[in-house]
Design a protein around this ligand. Structure first.
Ligand SMILES: C[S@@+](CC[C@H](N)C(=O)[O-])C[C@H]1O[C@@H](n2cnc3c(N)ncnc32)[C@H](O)[C@@H]1O
Length: 350
């Protein structure tokens, strides 16, 4: 038998520099976002250091070090004495995705970075040791966010932008026209429920979440004049019963948080709450079945181990497919979305 050829990622010493100084690379990016360097360069196209100093209000020497760092990372480019955005950043502006990128940077800076320093200890203890760094009580970041309104806003602003980017990919791959009752488990601020309700006017949705999300979701539902059709149901998805008579149960950006055992419990509860021929929909980042990537899925997993609830992972598609099959779901389908983020869909029918 010939040796099986496996493609692996090749890295060089320059990659090692980025891994060693990754925290500094992120702080440069964060500063570029905070001081609106990318916005300014998008609006003005070319700016000198003196113009950056004037526009940002920074002193010249700090501005110089920031421009030096961003240029070395390739996030901005320098020709003669002027700076411009790199093509990748300009592309974000052209695709109206810079706002999402900004909110991704802010959640990294204010939430993810803080507790990820405990990653090694979290692996050792097999729990989210990093969650202790956030104010309040609760074993998960989601409970603790209710004790810090500033962090809660950063979190749900990000979730809203992330879902707004991703949800159209779910909606175009899903047909809910014969569906009446939908349960959105851990539906958060309500944006996904609202968009689903708008696209399918015959649906009624129960948005199930903990108290952290209540006021935000209710306000959002009211603003969209959907109080007749979307109901916020407060509860704990592990301790409380799911409402029955559902035609569809959706888990959006949800099962990545929990362990395989916990996900089995949730999917079994979904199966119990569904009517015959009802469907369960899992929509989230998903990793490749061979677990070699994608990079964003692997890096995101660090947060789910050290901060979120401590037992999650960006799981491969096949893991969800297998679990649904074992529970008794039929006609299981998987779809890889054409997104910058590693979004995937797995659907199964009762
Ligand atoms: C990553 S957010 C996803 C929110 C929303 N599905 C979205 O895609 O924008 C996870 C959500 O699960 C909720 N959650 C966490 N633990 C929960 C629990 N035990 N029971 C119900 N909801 C929970 C959080 O409050 C949060 O709103």
């Amino acid at each position: 038998m010939g040796e099986k050829i496996v493609e692996n990622k090749r890295i060089d010493r320059n990659n090692l520099i980025l891994y060693l100084h990754g925290a500094s690379a992120f702080q440069l990016l964060h500063a570029g976002v905070e001081f609106k360097i990318f916005d300014l360069l998008h609006e003005q196209k070319l700016l000198s250091l003196d113009q950056l100093v004037e526009s940002t209000g920074l002193m010249k020497q700090p501005a110089r070090t920031l421009a030096f760092g961003l240029t070395s990372l390739g996030l901005i480019e320098k020709s003669e004495e002027n700076y411009r955005n790199c093509d990748a950043i300009e592309e974000l502006f052209e695709n109206k995705e810079y706002d999402l990128f900004k909110k991704m940077t802010l959640i990294q800076a204010h939430i993810m970075y803080v507790g990820q320093v405990d990653y090694v200890e979290s692996l050792r203890q097999n729990r989210n040791v990093g969650v202790q760094r956030y104010f309040g009580i609760g074993k998960t970041i989601y409970e603790r966010l209710n004790h810090d309104q500033k962090l809660k806003k950063v979190f749900y602003d990000y979730m809203e932008a992330y879902s707004a980017y991703a949800l159209p990919h779910l909606l175009k791959n899903l047909d809910l026209s014969n569906v009446k009752n939908i349960l959105d488990v851990g539906g958060g601020g309500g944006n996904n429920s609202i968009e689903i309700a708008k696209k399918y006017p015959n649906t009624n949705i129960t948005l199930f979440d903990i108290p952290t999300a209540k006021s935000l979701a209710e306000e959002n539902i009211r603003r969209n004049e959907l109080t007749e059709r979307i109901r916020f149901s407060q509860g704990d998805m592990f301790k409380d019963k799911f409402p029955n008579n559902q035609d569809c149960v959706v888990f959006i950006h949800q099962l990545v948080i929990w362990s395989l055992e916990e996900n089995r419990i949730l999917l079994e509860k979904a199966y119990q709450s569904l009517n015959e021929r009802g469907q369960v929909v899992i929509f989230s980042s998903m990793s490749d079945d061979d677990e070699k990537g994608p990079l964003m899925a692997a890096l995101d997993t660090v947060y789910f181990r050290s901060v979120a609830a401590g037992n999650g992972m960006i799981y491969p598609h096949k893991e969800y497919e297998k679990m649904l099959e074992e529970i008794g779901f039929k006609r299981i389908q998987k779809i890889k979305c054409d997104t910058w983020t590693p979004h995937g869909i797995v659907v199964g029918y009762k």
